[in-house]
Design a protein around this ligand. Sequence first.
Ligand SMILES: *[C@@H]1O[C@H](CO)[C@@H](O)[C@H](O)[C@H]1NC(C)=O
Ligand SMILES: *[C@@H]1O[C@H](CO)[C@@H](O)[C@H](O)[C@H]1NC(C)=O
Ligand SMILES: CC(=O)N[C@H]1CO[C@H](CO)[C@@H](O)[C@@H]1O
Length: 273
Amino acid sequence: MAATLNPILLLAAIAAIAAVSSAAFSAHPAYDSPATSCSAFADADLVPIRREEYDDGRILDITHAYHEDMPAFESDDGIGQFLWLRKSMKNGSIANFSEFKFPTHTGTHVDAPGHFYQHYFEAGFDVDTLDLAVLNGPALVVDVPRDKNITAEVMESLHIPRGVRRVLFRTLNTDRKLMWKKEFDSTYVGFMKDGAQWLIDNTDIKLVGLDYVSVAAYDDLKSAHLVFLKSRDIILVEALNLDNVEAGIYSLRCLPLRLVGAEGSPIRCILIK
Ligand SMILES: *[C@@H]1O[C@H](CO)[C@@H](O)[C@H](O)[C@H]1NC(C)=O
Ligand SMILES: *[C@@H]1O[C@H](CO)[C@@H](O)[C@H](O)[C@H]1NC(C)=O
Ligand SMILES: CC(=O)N[C@H]1CO[C@H](CO)[C@@H](O)[C@@H]1O
């Protein structure tokens, strides 16, 4: 294929592209004069936009941005420093080059079956085996009564219709802004074992999302996880940011990293109206 390309035409094409891009370049106010190309980077208006919503609210980011004071499970100190600049332009490197390190269950993340089942872990049921068809599709955001953990009784009261496959549970955790508190708070709302069992027995839900670091309440941490992960067809997404989300139906998109061998992974989740 490459051998059949006419070099003259190829050069002409490259020249045309260069002409277009240099036109676009000089048309941009930041690049009006080549002499100021350096000072352009020091412009006061060179401030990146950080958003929770895109396209006038059509796309909602429900992933928490990583920061040092983000809560970590059973810790008072938050996740701490997780990002280091290993090479820096200020020190003469040709590029800035950072490295990060944190537990796979940090911030908004997903659990794989191997998280609470040793034989699933050994058999390789890691985050790379999670079904993207479950992680992406129509989802219901529901408000959980603020005075209870998610028990069987609470699940029943939510009246989630059969056929709904993805549900994000917004709880008291969001009202209490727990994800914005550095100290881990074990009084967060989550699933009790009987609530998890009710969900399995009476609904078609395959993706369970919640607004703090674990979908399972602290008192039922192990038992509720065991119930959810046993069948290996339910995916748990934890520490979602549901601050600016109203109850309703959305299109959910969630993509974990392909961390082979890991039973957890950071995940980017968005809702589309
Ligand atoms: C840059 O150089 C200084 C001085 O040698 C050193 O203290 C610092 O750690 C370096 N930073 C990076 C990111 O290389
Ligand atoms: C939920 O359960 C936790 C223990 O796991 C408890 O501390 C908390 O008070 C409960 N929350 C509500 C709203 O009942
Ligand atoms: C883009 C970027 O991260 N730039 C960083 C490069 O490294 C210097 C420190 O040497 C930082 O000040 C910049 O922010």
